[in-house]
Design a protein around this ligand. Structure first.
Ligand SMILES: Cc1cc2nc3c(=O)[nH]c(=O)nc-3n(C[C@H](O)[C@H](O)[C@H](O)COP(=O)(O)O)c2cc1C
Length: 145
């Protein structure tokens, strides 16, 4: 069975909700999902041994939340080159964070990224959760699940 680690940052819960919807999509394709708020991840070991990695943050002041940089640093140490990756996040008006995360994962970390991150304007509707679940299915497909 394929496994995925879904990591999110959030202040108000919108990006957590997206993480849950993406996880539903992954689950529906038979992927075993571990979902964590970023602060629950303490060491490199926590990031090892998954087939896919999905990292999300909302945009605050045009950037991902601060803990995202720490997670990317741990991910660099975990040597995830070639692993399937995807980025996502909720936003209000400009929504830079998912692109920034995706560029870091595909660039410096050399991960095998979905072509586009999932970027959702809040307030998110049920339709947006369905879109996030479909995105999860796409990630599963790329993982060969
Ligand atoms: C202080 C503050 C700064 C924000 N800055 C941005 C921003 O630069 N660009 C943007 O698209 N949204 C911005 N937002 C909107 C948030 O990204 C949006 O509310 C998002 O849904 C929050 O996600 P969360 O519930 O996961 O924390 C900002 C919101 C606040 C409260």
């Amino acid at each position: 069975m394929k496994t995925a680690l879904v990591i999110y940052n959030t202040k108000k819960g919108a990006t957590k909700k997206l993480a849950e919807c993406i996880s539903e999509g992954l689950n529906s394709k038979g992927v075993e999902v571990t979902i964590k708020e970023s602060e629950e991840l303490a060491s490199v070991e926590d990031l090892k041994n998954f087939d896919g990695y999905v990292l999300g943050s909302p945009t605050y002041y045009t950037e991902p939340l601060e803990d995202t940089a720490r997670i990317l640093e741990l991910a660099a140490e975990a040597e995830l080159k070639g692993k399937v990756g995807a980025a996502f996040g909720a936003y209000g008006w400009s929504g830079e964070a998912p692109d920034i995360i995706s560029a870091a994962m595909g660039g410096r970390l050399e991960m095998d990224m979905l072509p586009e991150p999932l970027v959702v304007k809040t307030p998110a509707t049920d339709d947006e959760c369905a879109r996030a679940a479909s995105y999860g299915e796409l990630i599963a497909q790329k993982m060969g699940a």
